[in-house]
Design a protein around this ligand. Structure first.
Ligand SMILES: Cc1cc2nc3c(=O)[nH]c(=O)nc-3n(C[C@H](O)[C@H](O)[C@H](O)COP(=O)(O)OP(=O)(O)OC[C@H]3O[C@@H](n4cnc5c(N)ncnc54)[C@H](O)[C@@H]3O)c2cc1C
Length: 386
């Protein structure tokens, strides 16, 4: 029987949100004026530690976390607005997003008091990055198939195995690792545990995997007899799958999962300002109206997360529609630039540079954080349709 219980309640923006938005915009303009960051083709994906630290000083990392862990006790919607502005302005927040978006909340929900006091302040200051180690060579979509194993030893665990596509591991201090610790006993997702790993520990080898764009952003991470002390276990032994549900709702709904191409749209709008091409106006009008709808859906999910709900189906819908939309932006821009009245833009034009990069990066958008097919499987299952 189907269960069509989908909720996208309108998000309530707290008082003062627009003032906060203006504050973030002014801060970003100042950062650019001082040369701390430049608008580049990769937008948010550039690694810029000084910028991350400035952001931490402003209190715009770990915004919703308790003050005693370095957070700022602000609302989920305030965090949403800050993230939205950072991405729309191409701010280089890549190095801290995984920690701020999902590893921090994971530790906050399931970590020990020691873990919260030790690691959350490092994430909230912008000084430490934390990669996510889920995917393996033969199991990306189907995490139940992971083979990296942690075996109990005196005082902790010994880990052997291999992770792939681990974004940011080459410059991160930490990584959250999903490892098999027990047998699944017939239940596919049982017997997995999450650990926090210090990437400087002996036995860890990090090798580059290159993107189609030519950049080095993700890795193969090999664990060769790595000792992990008990103090670094997150949550309960063999219960990582339950913990992942909450984490993936954070991952899939966050605006950074579908707004990485907004700076392409902003540049396209600048370019089109100078013409009155009706086809262009129609195409861009369509993109902007979709943006508005998606933005309201995504803000609604953020509001639900802020109220302690776990809207995993709604989050999957936002990510599926949002990443599809993200892929449309550079394609529409390319059609308008190549075939519209603005044919033959100069090579050094901002939009040309941004498009070259983003057309090559776009295929990754519907793979990272859960492929399109897997999201649709989840949605269908959640609605009782399969
Ligand atoms: C830019 C980028 C960054 C990433 N960063 C990280 C990271 O930091 N940490 C991390 O752990 N992983 C990361 N990943 C990995 C990503 O999460 C996986 O690539 C993804 O889950 C898919 O797994 P896979 O590559 O093994 O493909 P597969 O799971 O082998 O899938 C291959 C194809 O088969 C389809 N498919 C698989 N199973 C089914 C099914 N049951 N029903 C229908 N279709 C199915 C998939 O949709 C896909 O089209 C990243 C990926 C990218 C592209």
């Amino acid at each position: 029987m189907s269960n069509l219980d989908l909720r996208f309640e309108p998000a309530q923006m707290p008082a003062g949100t627009e003032a906060l938005r203006a504050e973030v915009r002014a801060f970003l303009a100042d950062m650019r004026a001082r040369g701390i960051y430049q608008l580049g083709p990769a937008g948010w994906a550039e690694v810029n530690r000084p910028f991350c630290i400035e952001l931490g000083k402003r209190g715009w990392l770990g915004m919703t976390w308790p003050k005693k862990y370095g957070g700022h006790e602000r609302s989920a919607m305030e965090r949403y607005v800050v993230t939205e502005e950072l991405l729309a302005n191409g701010a280089p927040i890549r190095a801290l997003q995984a920690a701020d978006r999902q590893n921090g909340p994971l530790i906050l929900h399931y970590g020990t008091e020691w873990q919260k006091q030790t690691f959350l302040p490092q994430f909230a200051s912008g000084e430490a990055s934390c990669a996510i180690g889920l995917s393996e060579p033969d199991s990306g979509s189907d995490l139940a198939g992971i083979r990296t194993r942690a075996v109990r030893v005196e005082g902790g665990w010994k880990v052997n195995g291999r992770k792939v596509w681990t974004s940011s591991a080459h410059y991160s201090q930490y990584m959250t690792l999903l490892a098999r610790t027990g047998e699944n006993g017939g239940e596919r997702h049982a017997g997995m545990t999450r650990f926090l790993i210090d990437l400087s520990w002996p036995g860890i080898i990090i090798r580059p995997i290159y993107h189609m764009t030519g950049e080095y952003d993700f890795n193969e991470v090999i664990y060769d007899d790595v000792f992990v002390p008990d103090s670094m276990l997150i949550g309960e032994v063999d219960q990582a799958w339950k913990q992942l549900t909450m984490e993936l709702a954070h991952e899939r709904s966050s605006p950074d999962r579908w707004t990485a191409q907004l700076h392409v749209l902003a540049n396209l709008l600048d370019e089109l300002d100078e013409g009155d091409d009706r086809l262009a106006m129609q195409s861009v009008g369509r993109l902007v109206s979709h943006l508005w709808t998606l933005r309201n859906m995504s803000a609604s999910v953020a509001g639900m997360l802020g109220r302690g709900l776990s809207p995993s189906i709604e989050a999957s819908i936002v990510k599926d529609l949002g990443t599809h939309y993200e892929q449309d932006i550079p394609h529409v821009a390319r059609l308008l630039v190549d075939e519209g009245e603005r044919a033959a833009l100069p090579e050094d034009n901002d939009l040309t540079r941004i498009l070259k990069y983003n057309l090559l990066f776009a295929p990754a958008l519907t793979i990272r954080g859960g492929t399109r097919e897997m999201l649709r499987n989840n949605i269908a299952r959640g609605l009782g349709l399969r």
